[in-house]
Design a binder for this molecule. Structure first.
Ligand SMILES: Cc1cc2nc3c(=O)[nH]c(=O)nc-3n(C[C@H](O)[C@H](O)[C@H](O)COP(=O)(O)O)c2cc1C
Length: 295
């Protein structure tokens, strides 16, 4: 079977209006105009740069819902959000804040499932989709991992050994804030659940794949915040697991060779925020436009 057959690309000619949008949005340039004027899949060697990117843009762009690919029916795709969503998203970004005190309560499983379903669609370089997600929503399991990691971290601290980004001062500061700001847990801030985007980052695309993990982390955080959940992106916790607590790292069941740069702790926030902050970024946003000449 040729690779093009593996896409199972099909056009409902009763609906297609030959607008060519699918042809003009195909990142892999594997859709062409057939003799009859309808789009058709061209033969290609392999998925990726030498063929179909598996992006499904053809299915998503068709105004008539006439295209199916990989057995996906256009009517099973979500409709587009209303344009007012833009304002809502701006408000969300401005009002969301990191949470370092969580309620000791499991998040509704359906909410987590909805977020994870959406996470399937986050962008990756070249649509590589090489990022894996590990979600530990069993809070007892989080607790067990925490115990192992925390005791390893403390044992190292007694020998004045810290992670690569920490010195004695940073650790002392974290310890000082532990009981108040971090609800007794400087490592995971008492988060009942953890989310980690991780991937095998090797070869010439390694940096892109790391960026994919970071982007997935950011999308996850925002989706949580949109549901009223609290989140903390934690590089320190990832450092502890990667550098000081190999047994706890193993308990995550993430392959040892996988890159894991950030851990997101999430749950219901104990202390809600009352308003947004007013960060000063204006002077460091370099915008070139007619209305806003560069300062
Ligand atoms: C890459 C990255 C790593 C972070 N690591 C930690 C961390 O280890 N511990 C922590 O408490 N917060 C961590 N944070 C949260 C930041 O401290 C927080 O985003 C910042 O102080 C701004 O606060 P805000 O998110 O409430 O606007 C991290 C955030 C980012 C983006």
């Amino acid at each position: 079977m040729g690779m093009e057959e593996k896409t199972r690309f099909s056009v409902n000619t009763a609906r297609c209006i030959q607008c060519d949008r699918c042809i003009n949005t195909c990142s892999g340039m594997v859709i062409g105009k057939g003799r009859d004027g309808y789009p058709e899949m061209k033969p290609f060697e392999r998925f990726g740069w030498q063929g179909c990117w598996r992006c499904q843009h053809c299915l998503a762009v068709c105004p008539q819902g006439a295209i199916s690919i990989f057995g996906k029916k256009p009517q099973d795709s979500l409709p587009l959000p209303p344009e007012t969503m833009g304002t809502y998203m701006e408000e969300l970004v401005v009002s969301r804040r990191s949470c370092r005190r969580f309620l000791d309560k499991a998040v509704d499983r359906k909410v987590v499932s909805g977020i994870l379903a959406a996470m399937a669609a986050v962008p990756t370089g070249g649509n590589a989709q090489g990022v894996e997600y590990t979600v530990i929503d069993d809070k007892e399991r989080v607790r067990a991992i925490w115990q192992e990691a925390y005791s390893a971290m403390e044992a190292k601290a007694r020998q004045h050994v810290y992670t690569h980004s920490f010195r004695e001062l940073n650790y002392a500061k974290m310890k000082a804030s532990e009981q108040s700001v971090r609800k007794g847990d400087l490592l995971f801030c008492g988060a009942p659940h953890l989310f980690i985007a991780h991937a095998r980052c090797v070869g010439k695309w390694a940096e892109d794949t790391k960026a994919d993990c970071t982007i997935a982390t950011a999308y996850f955080e925002l989706l949580c915040n949109a549901h009223g959940l609290g989140t903390t992106i934690m590089s320190y916790a990832a450092e502890v697991l990667n550098e000081l607590a190999p047994k706890a790292r193993e308990m995550l069941d993430i392959p040892r060779e996988h890159y894991m740069g950030l851990i997101v702790g999430f749950g219901y926030p104990e202390i809600p925020y009352a308003r947004g902050v007013q960060k000063e970024r204006g002077a460091r946003t370099h915008r070139y436009s007619v209305e806003h000449p560069k300062r």
